[in-house]
Design a protein around this ligand. Structure first.
Ligand SMILES: Cc1cn([C@H]2C[C@H](O)[C@@H](COP(=O)(O)OP(=O)(O)O[C@H]3O[C@H](C)C(=O)[C@H](O)[C@H]3O)O2)c(=O)[nH]c1=O
Length: 186
């Protein structure tokens, strides 16, 4: 039986989900996601959409994205190939960790996923070439309610492990946060 466990991380609701592989002579099997277990852990997550991204070059950064408004979105992220440095920023108005960030290394085959709560921005830097991520989303894609933060915002001071390269044109233009930003409500 493959184990499936939740390990809380420093931002409220952020967690690493451990899903150890069961190995035998044929290879390996693991339960990547389990709605029932997550409900029992007090971290309910119902899938509305599944995405996959491939990032070709080591050092590339995608993000920092979030979806708020009527369809706040939580994400469940698994690395299928290569390795990434995954970053989550707490944007929840009134959160004790408002604008704090936390990073986790996700590596293919390590047997874990990251549960990102609604109200948080998400991004990552590829630590390998050809890094592939599988995203489970708890809300339908709603670009009109999507927001973005600059990965180089001094107010966040994210300590990216490698020089940031290959930002998309959209990610290049996210404005820096100012004092008028009081967070999102979820
Ligand atoms: C998220 C999404 C995007 N798209 C379209 C929009 C663009 O034309 C294209 C690529 O989207 P984007 O440039 O937002 O992809 P990334 O920059 O890799 O962003 C992704 O990676 C960061 C780190 C995340 O956390 C986001 O969940 C996710 O948006 O797919 C869709 O058609 N459906 C979708 O659900």
């Amino acid at each position: 039986m493959s184990q499936y466990r939740l390990h809380p991380l420093p931002l409220p609701g952020l967690a690493r989900i451990e899903h150890r592989r069961v190995e035998d002579a044929r290879g390996a099997f693991s339960r990547l996601y389990c709605e029932d277990s997550l409900e029992r852990f007090g971290a309910p997550f119902h899938i509305r959409q599944i995405n996959r991204s491939l990032t070709r070059q080591r050092g590339s950064v995608r993000g920092l994205h979030y979806q708020a408004g009527p369809q706040p979105e939580s994400k469940y992220i698994t690395c299928l190939q290569g390795e990434v440095w995954d970053v989550v920023v707490d944007l929840r108005a009134g959160s004790p960790t408002f604008l704090h960030w936390h990073a986790e290394r996700l590596k293919a085959g390590q047997g874990s996923s990251l549960l990102v709560p609604a109200g948080c921005a998400h991004g990552f830097q590829a630590l390998s070439d050809d890094a592939e991520l599988l995203y489970l989303h708890s809300a339908d894609y709603a670009p009109e309610h999507e927001g973005g933060l600059s990965v180089l915002d001094p107010r966040l001071a994210i300590a990216w492990p490698l020089p940031v390269i290959n930002l998309s044109a959209r990610d290049e233009q996210h404005p820096w946060l100012d004092d008028r930003f009081t967070g999102v409500t979820v």
